[in-house]
Design a protein around this ligand. Structure first.
Ligand SMILES: C=C(O[C@H]1C=CC=C(C(=O)O)[C@@H]1O)C(=O)O
Length: 375
């Protein structure tokens, strides 16, 4: 593994170098980022999780397999480490420095969102589901002089508690995200996952009030589901939480769940059971998954999928693909994604505003990726 100086310079070099596929990622709290690149010919794609057994690499998986969204596996052929370049301005540091709003918050839900919400809400009130996650996508223009490398650097500096990544293949185009949610991480038999749900917006770095019943219930569903998955497999676990965890200008309720796995083979089966968690799907899971595919009204693609290092005999660190954006090869606009958990008592306008706030995570990064930076 070679060592280099500055993340933005390396990323620029890799993009210009024309290598087919690469990823840069920065683990929460780390001060270095890691890069992996591979030629198109050594990229592998699979239609599900089971083929991952016995393999290693960097995984990029969709919410739903099929429909032109396979799981991509980048072999660990060429790896580097790079330092994160320093903050150019003070707002590029997570709270307490307030984040400037990037564009207007759209207060009125779109027609499509309202319609989908109506369906989701009716099914919840009829008692068909305990919880459903409704999400949406929107587009944004590239600012002048936009650079993926600069955007990645800004995300690393701003979202220090999140997993930040920039992924590219010719088939997927660019994806960039800053996610607060671990799906499955660990090594040498010791693993952990989290139950993350419920959202509040921070005011000057602090919670605006106590957590509502709705948020507490929404998060407890996730903890219960994960606990059930582990119990079914006779895996003993410990639980810590829920406690408040921050992600940029947002706060969530989080429970840490730790356990031991005696064999590396068990990891694939557990991953299959965990994905998609009720933090991005709903309960009961299979029915909620089908309901989302039929009624959400758009294709999530790799949003709410998962990504990260997959080394069952070494270190595995997979995250849920939240607070992310994408640009297909040659496309002129960026597509951003956000969603939120809905319960029977949820209010359309409030849920919409939650997605607006979540979208700010990437809107900030987009604006920082341009040459006309504000702040
Ligand atoms: C689905 C998303 O967030 C999940 C993770 C944390 C809090 C959530 C919530 O409050 O609804 C969601 O479950 C998203 O950011 O798109």
């Amino acid at each position: 593994m070679s060592r280099m100086q500055d993340d933005e310079a390396v990323i620029d070099e890799w993009i210009k170098g024309g290598k087919d596929a690469f990823v840069f990622y920065r683990e929460p709290g780390e001060s270095v980022c890691h890069g992996i690149r591979a030629a198109r010919s050594s990229l592998q794609s699979f239609e599900g999780i089971p083929p991952l057994d016995g393999k290693t690499g960097f995984v990029f998986a969709p919410f739903r397999f099929g429909e032109g969204h396979p799981l991509w596996l980048l072999p660990l052929e060429e790896e580097i480490e790079a330092g994160i370049s320093r903050a150019a301005c003070p707002d590029e540091v997570e709270a307490p420095a307030p984040m400037p709003f990037c564009g207007r918050l759209e207060e009125q839900p779109s027609k499509e969102y309202r319609e989908a919400f109506r369906f989701f809400s009716a099914a919840l009130r009829a008692g068909d589901f305990q919880k459903l996650v409704l999400s949406r996508a929107c587009t944004d223009a590239f600012p002048r002089g936009f650079s993926w490398a600069r955007a990645f650097g800004a995300a690393c500096r701003r979202y220090v508690h999140s997993y930040v990544y920039l992924f590219h293949t010719p088939q997927t185009g660019f994806w960039l995200g800053a996610t607060p949610e671990i799906l499955l991480a660990g090594g040498k038999g010791d693993y952990r996952t989290v139950a993350l749900a419920g959202t509040q917006f921070l005011k000057e770095g602090k919670l605006a009030g106590p957590w509502s019943e709705k948020n507490i219930r929404e998060q407890a569903f996730v903890t219960e589901y994960i606990g059930g998955c582990l119990r079914e497999r006779d895996i003993r676990f410990t639980v810590e939480g829920p406690y408040t965890a921050t992600a940029g200008e947002l706060a969530h309720l989080k429970t840490d769940i730790r356990f031991r796995l005696s064999s590396a083979e068990a990891l694939g089966g557990l991953l299959q059971a965990l994905h998609p968690t009720p933090a991005v799907c709903g309960l009961p899971k299979e029915e909620a998954f089908r309901f989302i595919l039929s009624h959400e009204g758009y294709d999530r693609g790799y949003y709410a999928g998962f990504l990260g290092r997959w080394e069952p005999e070494g270190k595995t660190a997979l995250y849920v693909n939240l607070r992310c954006m994408q640009c297909g090869e040659g496309a002129e606009k960026i597509r951003l994604y956000a969603g939120g958990g809905i319960l029977p008592a949820s209010v359309c306008e409030e849920e919409w505003m939650e997605t607006e706030r979540k979208l700010q995570t990437m809107k900030y990064v987009i604006s920082k990726g341009g040459t006309d930076v504000f702040g």
